[in-house]
Design a protein around this ligand. Structure first.
Ligand code: OFO
Length: 165
């Protein structure tokens, strides 16, 4: 079993992953409405990945005798000015998640909880990949800007974007 501080930190993180999943989902829906077939598939798939991140935390907490509290998550933003704005928000979001993982890892060291510290290393690596992936997409979109032909090709091309693992 872990300390109350670790329980609180892990609970917060699993709800952040749930929030990420919902955020990607709402963005996927917006891009689908706008006719971006490839980008919406990418975002729907990524929403599933975020759910897996949440599930991984839930399973770990349960295995270690902790308990699960699921927050009511509400994503209020349902429309975006542009794809560029959407991916800029995503990039900021992933940086925020990375920061929260770092804080949690630091807490594990303070609490001398090396089991949880070890468990969280997967998330540390994952965040490096997530930030890189979203930034790469953002860079491409900034390059294309309003070029409709470029956007059309990028929408087809996005299925080739994967995390480099
Ligand atoms: Fe769970 O990695 Fe993105 O948010």
């Amino acid at each position: 079993m872990f300390s109350n501080k670790i329980q609180t930190g892990l609970t917060k993180q699993l709800n952040k992953e749930s929030e990420s999943s919902q955020l990607y989902l709402s963005m996927a829906s917006w891009t689908e409405r706008k006719g971006f077939e490839g980008i919406c598939e990418f975002l729907y798939d990524h929403s599933n990945e975020e759910r897996i991140h949440m599930l991984k935390l839930i399973r770990y907490i349960s295995k270690r005798g902790g308990f699960i509290i699921l927050d009511n998550i509400c994503i209020n933003k349902i429309t975006y000015g542009s794809l560029r704005e959407l991916f800029q928000i995503l990039f900021e979001h992933e940086k925020k998640i990375s920061n929260e993982i770092n804080i949690l890892v630091e807490l594990c060291l303070q609490e001398k909880d090396y089991f949880t510290y070890n468990f969280l290393q997967w998330y540390v690596e994952e965040q490096v990949e997530e930030e890189t992936l979203i930034k790469t997409i953002l860079n491409k979109i900034e390059l294309i800007e309003e070029d409709k032909g470029g956007l059309y090709l990028f929408d087809k091309d996005i299925k080739n974007f994967h995390k480099k693992k």
